[in-house]
Design a protein. Structure first.
Length: 77
């Protein structure tokens, strides 16, 4: 199981590793456009984990994280 909300105390969200991989790979409307909360959380987790492991540089990380978050927020504005 992969915790999509590792800092959540009261309401952790976990998905099986296989589901996580499928969520991260979804890109029907572009990688940064998500259809579900779990997809969005999985991609956000993926980006942050990549940054933590040094697989993505700070500038690229910030831009991709910003795009992912803003696209998610736009769904509700």
């Amino acid at each position: 199981m992969i915790s999509l909300t590792p800092n959540a105390i009261n309401l952790p969200i976990e998905v099986p590793a296989n589901d996580y991989e499928q969520l991260v790979q979804q890109k029907q409307y572009g990688w940064s456009v998500c259809q579900t909360t779990n997809e969005w959380l999985a991609k956000l987790h993926y980006l942050r984990q990549g940054r933590k492991e040094g697989k993505i540089d700070e500038e690229t990380f910030r831009e991709r994280e910003k795009t992912l978050i803003l696209n998610w927020w736009k769904r509700y504005l």
